[in-house]
Structures are given as C-alpha cells and as structure tokens.
Design a protein around this ligand. Structure first.
Ligand SMILES: *[C@@H]1O[C@H](CO)[C@@H](O)[C@H](O)[C@H]1NC(C)=O
Ligand SMILES: *[C@@H]1O[C@H](CO)[C@@H](O)[C@H](O)[C@H]1NC(C)=O
Ligand SMILES: *[C@@H]1O[C@H](CO)[C@@H](O)[C@H](O)[C@H]1NC(C)=O
Ligand SMILES: *[C@@H]1O[C@H](CO)[C@@H](O)[C@H](O)[C@H]1NC(C)=O
Length: 360
C-alpha cells in the first residue's frame, strides 16, 4: 500500500506531458481513479494547469469503488473544492471477482499488489487500510485520514453516463484521465459508439512493459511496482478502452512509479500551511526519491491479454506496426518523464492549491 500515493503521481506525469498550456480552447477533464487519502495530487495539478475538471469518477482498483468515491468527496471537502462533483462508477469489473482472481493466482502465482482483490483483512482495516474483498458496499471509516465526508457523490447519473454526456456537450475538448481500472471507460465506449471519437484523448496510468524480468529479478518491492493492478483488475475493460477510437491514447507506463518525492521535497511542501500540503506531508507513503530525468515516449501498438488461462492475463503486449495483429491501435507510450519539471508542478500545486473561489 505504500506505493498508492506514488501511483497518483503517474497521472500527473501523463498530464504534465499531455496537458496543453497556452491554448485558446478550454481544456476539460474527467478524472477517473481509485481515490484515497493522498489521491488529491492529480486534480490539484490539473487545476494548477488551468484544466477545467468537469467531475471525478470512482472505480474499483486498489479498493472498492464506493469507498473510493467517498475518499474523492472527502479530499475535495478538505480543500474547499466541493464545487467539483463526484460520480460513482461501476463497483464490479466487467467479469472479474476476487474469487476468480484468487483462483487465477493459485495457478499463475501471487501478485505482490492485489488491490481490491487482496483477501479481506479486518486487522489491516482497523489500522486504517481501505477495504479489500468481502462486502464491496462496506465503508471503512478508519481509512479516512482526511476526515469522513459530510457530502456524498452526486447520484443523478453514473460515471460512464456522465462521461458520455460531457463528450457530447464539449466535443473534442474532454480529456479522460484514468489512474485506476478502465471499467467505466469501457462501459462508456460500449454504451455510445461516438463516445471515444468525441473525446479529446484518453490518458491512462498503467500498462507496463518489460515487467516480467523485474518480477523475477527485482526485490519484492520492485516486483510490486511492476504488477499492473489497474489493468489486471478488469482485463476485458482494459482491452475495450485501449482499442477504442479515441483521437489519441497516452499511457504512462512504469515511469511515475519511479518518480518519488525526496524528504527535502516533502519538507518544503510542508512549509505551506494548507490542508493538502499537510495531508501530503503526513502521508507515510512518500519517502522516496527521483530517478528519471528525460522524457521518452514512443508510438507503439498494443493489446491487452484477455485469456484467463494465460500468465499474462490483464497485462499489455506491445507490437511494432508491421507485426501487429488486426483490431489494435497505435498509442503514445511514455517510458520516462522530466522529473524536474514534474516536481515543480507537483510542488506548486500542493503549496498553492486552487479552491472553488478560484474556479468560479
Ligand atoms: C474554506 O472555506 C472556509 C469557509 O469559507 C474557510 O474558513 C477556510 O479558510 C477555507 N479553506 C481553504 C483551505 O481555503
Ligand atoms: C492483515 O493485516 C495485518 C496488519 O497490517 C498484518 O499484520 C497481517 O499479516 C495481515 N494478514 C494477512 C493474512 O495478510
Ligand atoms: C448532480 O449532477 C447533475 C448533472 O449530472 C446536476 O444537474 C445536479 O445539479 C447535481 N446535483 C447536485 C446536488 O450537485
Ligand atoms: C440521491 O441522493 C438524494 C440525497 O441523498 C436522495 O434523496 C435520493 O433518493 C437519491 N437518488 C437516487 C436515485 O438514489
């Protein structure tokens, strides 16, 4: 769990590259994530870059969707950002379940990070971990270090339907950011044949390449970074989303998992007296360091393995154009990011967070 905070940085990494700055058009975004206490970093960065966030959507990946949606509401409340609505996504992946996933692990080996499909652990929940397995509708209050929310998600529609409505309202202008499972995006793709092409782009975190060697040779922690729970929790949805006709798809692979803030960074952020800087610096998850210095992106063709019998079920497989099978498409794959630029953006957004008063 200590990497969950760092997971969110990945969206930023993608955003740092994908978010256009000086543009005449509005840049709208819907951010879909498995929200948690320190999960505010991506939306603070987006707001700092003048992205107009239409709403947050919740999905099941590191924990169950309903718990994540309440974390989204709670973290927005913490910084006077409740003008941004939260829409609940699907609680269940398209076909996967904890039992089905755990049966797969029995055959193909255990994942070091199992997300919402880790066995239920009441001791861990009492200590403040978000719920895994068991009843997907329960709330674990101890996990709300940001405070238990007063409000609720907006129940007027579902996350998938909200995405569909918004791309029709603002054609070509809405970026869909996903740092969790792709279930809601797959539902939107299937619900409306125009959805993907009317969006501006899909930016996702996850989809690691070269992971198998690290799983074998790396430490358990390194192996953990390489296990791709965001895609694996819902492999079928991942395939639907990554083969849909979005004008552009950008994947930040294992880059930002390696872009961790140093203690010096945390200390500097802490000097800003605001709720987000405090929550961030209290987070025990973020004592790590930066490793990467350059942007490096490539255009690749990729597919998601959807054979339950495969050891790579739910992982991506990359091809070059000449060798790619039919039915898959080109995506922009980011291998490395500009860590200095990313650090500056994170720092600025945490030390000077926007509130609804700035957005009005
Ligand atoms: C949030 O709003 C309340 C009431 O308007 C105000 O007292 C508080 O300082 C605000 N907090 C932040 C972080 O802006
Ligand atoms: C449950 O969580 C506790 C506290 O984090 C941990 O010590 C224990 O090993 C966990 N149990 C299992 C079966 O993983
Ligand atoms: C919920 O969202 C809908 C749009 O989907 C909006 O019309 C409505 O005002 C929102 N409700 C609340 C309580 O914010
Ligand atoms: C939505 O939430 C409101 C306020 O909590 C509640 O009164 C209403 O029944 C809910 N609507 C649906 C469709 O669940």
């Amino acid at each position: 769990m200590h990497w969950t905070a760092c997971f969110s940085l990945l969206v930023l990494a993608a955003g740092a590259i994908a978010a256009p700055h000086a543009r005449a058009d509005k840049h709208y975004a819907i951010m879909d994530n498995d929200w948690y206490t320190a999960g505010f970093v991506p939306y603070l960065i987006a707001l700092d870059g003048d992205v107009d966030i239409l709403g947050l959507a919740s999905d099941t990946a590191n924990s169950w969707q309903r718990q994540g949606a309440l974390h989204a509401v709670a973290t927005l409340e913490a910084g006077n950002l409740s003008c941004i609505p939260v829409y609940a996504g699907a609680t269940w992946p398209l076909i996967n379940t904890p039992e089905r996933f755990q049966a797969w692990e029995t055959i193909h080996g255990k994942l070091p990070w199992e997300g919402a499909f880790a066995p239920e652990n009441k001791t861990a929940e009492a200590e403040g971990n978000d719920p895994t397995s068991g009843n997907p509708n329960r709330f674990v209050k101890a996990a709300f270090r940001e405070g238990y929310p007063k409000g609720k998600p907006n129940n007027s529609t579902s996350a998938a339907n909200f995405m569909v409505e918004m791309v029709h309202k603002y054609p070509g202008q809405v970026s869909i950011y996903s740092a969790g499972a792709l279930t809601n995006i797959a539902l939107a793709v299937r619900m409306d044949p125009e959805f993907a092409s009317l969006a501006k782009q899909l930016v996702i975190m996850g989809g690691y390449v070269d992971l198998n060697m690290l799983q074998a040779t790396g430490s358990i922690m390194l192996a953990d970074y390489q296990s791709d729970i965001n895609l694996m929790i819902d492999p079928e949805a991942s395939k639907i989303a990554l083969t849909a006709d979005f004008p552009s798809i950008t994947i930040a692979g294992n880059v930002a998992n390696q872009v961790f803030p140093s203690q010096q960074f945390v200390d500097e952020v802490k000097t800003a007296k605001n709720p987000y800087a405090e929550l961030f610096s209290k987070s025990k998850y973020c004592v790590c360091r930066f490793e990467f210095t350059d942007n490096f992106a490539a255009l690749v063709y990729l597919d998601v393995d959807t054979s339950y019998g495969s050891p790579n079920y739910g992982n991506i497989h990359v091809y070059q154009k000449a060798l790619a099978p039919l039915g898959i498409r080109q995506v922009n794959y980011i291998f490395e990011v500009d860590a200095d630029r990313l650090t500056q953006r994170i720092k600025h957004s945490l030390m000077h967070p926007k509130t609804c008063a700035d957005l009005a």
